[in-house]
Design a protein around this ligand. Structure first.
Ligand SMILES: NC(=O)c1ccc[n+]([C@@H]2O[C@H](COP(=O)([O-])OP(=O)(O)OC[C@H]3O[C@@H](n4cnc5c(N)ncnc54)[C@H](O)[C@@H]3O)[C@@H](O)[C@H]2O)c1
Length: 353
């Protein structure tokens, strides 16, 4: 029996992936480890229990909490302070200790058990200034990338792994890139089988969306709850674009990676919806209005937010060269799934968030 530890297993990604694996891999023993720091993560406890997943309450900042676990075969590290605004206007202490030291403590557990290690990293490892230098054109509802770009690794398809890494990227992005560097060293020094998935925006049901993290869920919930929204920065017109990946598609990919550690060992890959799986905020508003049948006022805030970029698209050419896996849900499917889920749980979500 393969024993898989999902760190951050009550979070959005952690719980969604764990529940998908519990259904498809009854031969695997799944352990969800989480401190329940994220508001709403406690709502996943019952779902995990009902699926037969063991929950361990613990904190990745405390190595003892992880050392107390029985040996595992694989670790999926999904715990984090995932907001890109973490550390702006406040101390970076929590983000550094959870994202970087926490990953280090998980790596130490992987070294102890010679376990496969899969890290949920982020497109935020790419530095901000070169992303701001990209050549854009402004179309009716969104920004688009021009084919010819002044920076290596950038094209109309988006950002590839060849994009330069020099420069500031946010405290959040720096904690994740630092963890990636450690992972590479653990693979080289101790022969660990590791995978780094640099994800664009991940979205879907059970994301406890807020303004600085989980923006697509935040948009849907605001429509359902009648809360005013704001297009922040880049002219205040909502043309900023992100690619988004349904968490169920991500779960499919992670299952493949967990099932064949040797094939994926050493990979550092961009993972996302790419150009076909992208939305601007303006387009998201239109979709939300159509799918919820509700309309809320959207104001314009002209000041850019720290660490914000007008467009990010994952160029997944390297990933697609390794596997037949492809994102199978469109942005419309994703928003529709969020609307269905949020409408069904409106009362609970209003209370929890
Ligand atoms: N959601 C996205 O769009 C996205 C995009 C790219 C990368 N990621 C990465 O994916 C991973 C999962 O993100 P998510 O969206 O599920 O976030 P989330 O906030 O929903 O989940 C993170 C979980 O970690 C837990 N946690 C926080 N601090 C902890 C600590 N000190 N000890 C133990 N548990 C702790 C939280 O309680 C939460 O359940 C993160 O590493 C994030 O950086 C997410």
């Amino acid at each position: 029996m393969r024993r898989v530890l999902v760190v951050g297993g009550c979070g959005f990604v952690g719980s969604s992936v764990t529940l998908a694996l519990a259904e498809r891999r009854p031969d695997w023993q799944l352990i969800a480890f989480d401190s329940l720091r994220r508001r709403g993560s406690e709502l996943n406890l019952r779902r995990l229990r009902e699926a037969g997943v063991r929950f361990v309450h613990g904190d990745v900042r405390e190595p003892e909490d992880l050392r107390a676990l029985e040996p595992v075969d694989a670790i999926l590290e999904c715990s984090a302070e995932p907001s890109v605004l973490a550390g702006y206007g406040s101390s970076p202490d929590y983000a550094v200790r959870t994202n970087l030291l926490g990953a280090f403590h998980c790596l130490e557990l992987a070294r102890r058990d010679d376990a496969q290690f899969i890290f949920l990293s982020t497109s935020r490892v790419y530095p901000i200034d070169p992303l701001l230098e990209l050549r854009l054109r402004s179309e009716e509802s969104r920004f688009e990338l021009e084919e010819e770009q002044p920076v290596e690794g950038a094209s109309q398809r988006g950002i590839s792994e060849r994009f330069p890494l020099a420069g500031a990227r946010s405290i959040y992005g720096a904690t994740k890139l630092s963890a990636e560097l450690l992972i590479t060293e653990y693979a080289a020094a101790y022969g660990l089988e590791t995978v780094v998935d640099r994800c664009g925006v991940i979205a879907g049901p059970w994301q406890m969306g807020k303004v600085d993290q989980g923006v697509f869920t935040h948009w849907v919930l605001s429509h359902l709850f009648g809360r005013e929204l704001s297009y922040i920065g880049f002219g205040g017109e909502g043309r900023q674009v992100r690619d988004l990946l349904h968490v169920a598609d991500l779960a499919d990919l992670l299952e493949l990676q967990l099932s064949d550690p040797a094939q994926w060992a050493g990979c550092v890959l961009n993972v996302g919806g790419g150009r076909p799986g992208s939305l601007s905020l303006r387009e998201t508003t239109e979709l939300c209005r159509e799918l919820t049948g509700r309309q809320v006022p959207v104001s314009a805030e002209l000041t850019d937010r720290p660490a914000d970029v007008p467009i990010y698209l994952s160029d997944c050419t390297e990933l697609f060269a390794r596997t037949d896996w492809r994102p199978s849900r469109t942005p419309r499917d994703i928003v529709a799934d969020i609307v269905t889920w949020a409408s069904r749980h409106e009362g609970t979500l209003r209370e929890a968030l």
